[in-house]
Design a binder for this molecule. Structure first.
Ligand SMILES: Nc1nc2c(c(=O)[nH]1)N[C@H]1C(S)=C(S)[C@@H](COP(=O)(O)O)O[C@H]1N2
Ligand SMILES: [Mo]
Length: 300
């Protein structure tokens, strides 16, 4: 598994944005050396320019709080995130209701700077804090029959004004194949820029799958289920022609209503130049094996 650059992109001691930004040159430099060492095999190790805290937390998709990009910031404050319980069930050795703080006490939170590409063709770079989903699944004890992992978002209508509208079938659900779930890139995020993750970004625990379109990165997770069947996913249920289960970022497979060849980086202003979208969002080396033997037109 080509994942040798991971250590260059994490930092445990980051406390605030300014401090972090000062460190970015250093981290970027280390990543640059790692890239040279890999003889350019990975686009993931290039120096990434992260979006600002303001950009990351003001332009969101979280339909439980409304479909406008500003709605989550305006309305997600109503969400109670303490206490938080994650139910782990299905084909695992240690099913149960886990208090989030008990989970966190067993996890190593690191920093990961990832590209984030929405299927709507906008993109950001986000410095997440989180732990690998693989570590949570180890806690759960994956049984041999498990082939997929299903996720469910909290459904609490009294705090989620957007759920009064049937835009999606609530609760929001997502899923990954088990090998995708245990890929070292797959993160459960608890923070951004070293601060607690804001409600609008999916507090207190959200998935981040950087090589897939943003809708796979399900927010405010309350249930993780190990299963032997491909789980239903919200956008696929809502429009199966437009949104697949895999949803890997692929500039060569257009959305039926728009091109996926390029993307609009958030923060560059309305007239900012679009940039080319990278295969698997730039993480091809890390994840391409996950599509081996699959028709790439299906693995999307
Ligand atoms: N529960 C839930 N999770 C969700 C969504 C949502 O509406 N509800 N939107 C998805 C989409 S379409 C995107 S692009 C990302 C946006 O994450 P961000 O707001 O942190 O950028 O969250 C994803 N996770
Ligand atoms: Mo999205």
């Amino acid at each position: 598994m080509a994942f040798r650059w991971k250590g260059d992109l994490k930092d445990h001691h980051v406390t605030d944005e300014a401090h972090w930004l000062n460190r970015r040159q250093i981290i970027g430099g280390a990543a640059g050396i790692a890239l040279a060492g890999l003889a350019g095999r990975s686009q993931a190790a290039e120096t990434l320019e992260p979006n600002s805290w303001e950009e990351i937390t003001s332009y969101n998709n979280y339909y439980e709080f409304g479909t406008g990009k500003e709605d989550p910031k305006a309305y997600a404050g109503a969400l109670t995130t303490k206490p938080w319980t994650v139910t782990i069930d299905g084909l695992g050795d240690r099913p149960g209701d886990y208090a989030l703080e008990d989970i966190l006490s067993k996890m190593t939170v690191e920093e990961r700077i990832y590209r984030f590409r929405c299927v709507e063709a906008w993109s950001m770079v986000v410095p997440w804090n989180g732990f690998e989903l693989a570590d949570l699944l180890e806690l759960a004890g994956v049984q041999s029959g498990a082939k997929y992992v299903a996720f469910e978002t909290l459904y609490r209508p009294e705090e989620m004004r957007g759920t009064a509208y049937p835009v999606l079938d609530w609760p929001y659900v997502e899923g990954l194949r088990l090998d995708e779930a245990v890929n070292p890139l797959t993160l459960l995020a608890t923070g951004i820029y070293g601060k607690d993750i804001p409600n609008q970004n999916g507090a207190p625990l959200r998935l981040v799958v950087p090589w897939k379109y943003g809708f796979k990165s399900i927010k405010s997770i309350v249930r993780v289920t190990l299963t032997d069947k491909e789980p239903p996913t919200s956008w696929n249920k809502s429009n199966p022609r437009e949104y697949g289960f895999y949803s890997n970022v692929n500039p060569q497979v257009d959305h039926p209503r728009w091109s996926q060849a390029t993307e609009r980086p958030i923060g560059g202003g309305f007239f900012a130049k679009r940039k080319p979208t990278l295969m698997f969002n730039g993480y091809e080396q890390e994840v391409a094996g996950l599509c081996d033997g699959m028709d790439l037109s299906k693995c999307f």
